[in-house]
Design a protein around this ligand. Structure first.
Ligand code: ATP
Ligand code: MG
Length: 211
């Protein structure tokens, strides 16, 4: 397990991507104001790095660099340690400083699980939905490990992560679990690839209690 506050480096560059959502929809929400207004849950709408001052300086520095050149990142730690807030602050930084226009897509893991199950049960099957999710410019899955454990979801996650890995598309994952503990929801080969990502381990403290 990496020590607290450790950031593992990864420098692969994001690629601009032709995803499956229509260009009109993308353009409508493809800016900081609309993303935070229409996509981000209310309690995180205001966040910037200035609201993350309880986090260590190396996290803040990392987020500033990440904003210019997003890469895949795994944020893990205990409940209330500030992972989701920090991830949204990173995304705001990206809107402000990335020279490439990238569209982030946000899902809680339980929402994504429901969506993938629904797609699989549909007449058309899940191929289109998997490709759609897999090909987003930036995919943020919040709280991975909280969803149902099933071979169905592991296979669907494998397709998504494998596609993103091979197309060098940045993914943000937050979790209360370490990578080793996620083996029931993600395939071992994917967990092994996540080890190459930047990994931020949040300090064990509940900032909700501190409020
Ligand atoms: N750096 C910070 N300074 C002060 N308060 C913070 C900071 N980061 C987060 N918080 C507050 O702490 C609470 C928990 O933050 P957040 O939801 O990001 O935690 P989390 O790690 O995602 O928790 P969980 O694992 O339960 O999803 C939020 O109400 C948030 O506003
Ligand atoms: Mg969270």
């Amino acid at each position: 397990m990496p020590p607290s506050n450790q950031i593992q480096k990864n420098s692969s560059m994001p690629t601009q991507n032709n995803n499956y959502d229509s260009k009109e929809i993308k353009d409508m929400y493809c800016d900081e104001v609309s993303f935070f207004k229409y996509v981000v849950p209310l309690i995180y709408r205001h966040v910037t790095l200035d609201f993350c001052d309880m986090q260590p300086q190396n996290f803040i520095n990392f987020a500033k660099e990440w904003g210019k050149k997003p890469t895949s990142v795994f944020l893990h730690g205990t409940y209330g340690s500030g992972k989701t807030q920090f991830a949204f602050a990173m995304i705001r930084e990206m809107f402000r400083s990335c020279p490439i226009k990238l569209w982030p897509r946000y899902f809680t893991s339980t929402e994504l699980d429901k969506r993938l199950l629904k797609a699989l049960k549909s007449e058309e099957g899940d191929e289109y939905e998997i490709k759609n999710i897999a090909s987003q410019d930036i995919l943020f899955i919040d709280d991975i490990g909280r969803e149902t454990k099933s071979d169905r979801l592991r296979n669907q996650y494998f397709e998504i992560f494998n596609y993103r890995y091979s197309h060098k598309l940045p993914t943000i994952l937050t979790s209360n679990f370490d990578l080793e503990d996620l083996d029931e929801v993600i395939d071992g080969s994917i967990a092994s690839r996540i080890q190459e990502w930047n990994i931020l381990r949040f300090k064990d403290r509940d900032l909700r209690i501190a409020q």
